[in-house]
Write a protein that binds this ligand. Sequence first.
Ligand code: 3AM
Length: 180
Amino acid sequence: MVRLFVALALPDTIRDQLTGICAGLPRARWVPPENLHLTLRFIGELDRGDIPDIDDALSRISADAFEIRLDTIGFFGRGRAIRALWIKTARSPELAVLQASVESAMVRAGCAPEARKFVPHVTLARFRRAQSDLVERFVADHSMSKLDPFPVQALTLYSSFLSHAGAIYTPEAEYPLGSP
Ligand code: 3AM
């Protein structure tokens, strides 16, 4: 079995900018720089034999490259149950269309439809028992963080191996987008 997801890899410049933000929050389990990504579709556990159907569906997606920008820090959950700190993209109709294409492709490949609304974000940290006042202060302190825009030029199919030392994400295949 293999655990898969479809995501946007981030350029090194953006990883570096994010790594600069990811500090100074007690109890945060920061996502290591090499694991930072923007998930478009969590697929879940599949037989390796099902990968060709996923690969075929992703390779049929047709979309042009475009630019996005990460611009708002926030969190999922409330109080001690805050579970993730993230940075969200500025509104991007192109990203919404691309995510919808990935969703349709995955359903055509046999995956159950995703019921949750898509919130385009990069997870920066996870928490077991968050201190909500510190998380809220961190968000307020970073409300003016401005990251550079960057091009979205490919989709990446990742496998995820959950080890004791943390998740190991491996790019399994890349699907280039067309030139605009
Ligand atoms: O990109 P983020 O960090 O938001 O939380 C997992 C991570 O999301 C999410 O898939 C991404 C790559 O691991 N994920 C893990 N298990 C999941 C599940 N059962 C899940 N998303 C939905 N359902």
